[in-house]
Design a protein around this ligand. Structure first.
Ligand code: ATP
Length: 203
């Protein structure tokens, strides 16, 4: 397996989706672990059965789909529930991510892993790209996008790896405090760099 794997991470609302979409526009395969988590809890999946066994049938809606928002709220207030949910999901996300990486034929891919540092998936990636913005800007963008309260935004931020800790793990940092054109310029530069690194890795 010679594909170069870039682990893309950053706090809530830092711009991971915008950055990964831009890499995709350069033709780079993107694997989004949030999407993998969604696939893993579709009706009929073993992880869903385990979640229902652990958290009760109330976590399903009338169509048998997981009430993701409700469960997220619930485990936020309950650290042991949170650990139980992570114990069900994280190993499966890891296995699925490895399988998706193994199928890639491009020189490099971007794996979007919001909790890259927290979940110990660092060993699956060759480089860590952190999208960074100030916490004030993070809160502003999340409030504008999600319509949540400022208290909720602060609570989510508090539960995530601290910004400095994340930056300390970074091989590359995309500073996303400016506009979209600056974001696009930085992705273009990183793309050239990753192609060069991928060709070294493959040789
Ligand atoms: P989450 O952690 O919640 O999944 P995210 O890290 O994927 O968030 P995005 O959804 O990409 O973040 O960005 C958050 C919001 O900020 C979006 O509405 C996005 O359009 C906006 N945004 C991202 N980058 C910029 C930028 N450089 N200038 C202005 N707005 C931006």
């Amino acid at each position: 397996m010679n594909v170069l794997v870039i682990g893309l991470t950053g706090g809530i609302g830092s711009g991971k989706t915008e950055v990964s979409n831009r890499f995709a526009q350069h033709g780079v395969p993107v694997i989004d672990t949030d999407q993998l988590a969604r696939e893993l809890v579709e009706p009929g999946q073993p992880a869903l059965l385990e979640i229902v066994t652990a958290f009760g049938p109330d976590c399903l809606d009338e169509r048998g789909q997981l009430r993701r928002d409700q469960l997220r709220e619930r485990v936020f207030a309950d650290p042991s529930g949170r650990r139980r949910l992570e114990a069900i999901l994280h190993p499966r996300i890891r296995t699925l991510l490895q399988a998706r990486i193994a199928n890639i034929t491009a020189p490099y891919c971007v794996a979007v892993i919001p909790l890259l540092i927290e979940t110990g998936m660092i060993d699956l990636v060759d480089r860590i790209l952190v999208v960074d913005v100030s916490e004030a800007e993070q809160i502003r963008r999340v409030l504008a996008r999600d319509g949540i309260t400022e208290t909720q935004a602060h609570r989510i931020l508090a539960a995530q790896t601290q910004r400095q800790e994340r930056l300390a793990c970074a091989d590359d940092i995309l500073e996303n405090g400016a506009d979209f054109s600056r974001l696009h310029q930085q992705v273009a530069a990183l793309h050239e760099r990753y192609l060069a690194l991928a060709s070294i890795k493959a040789s």
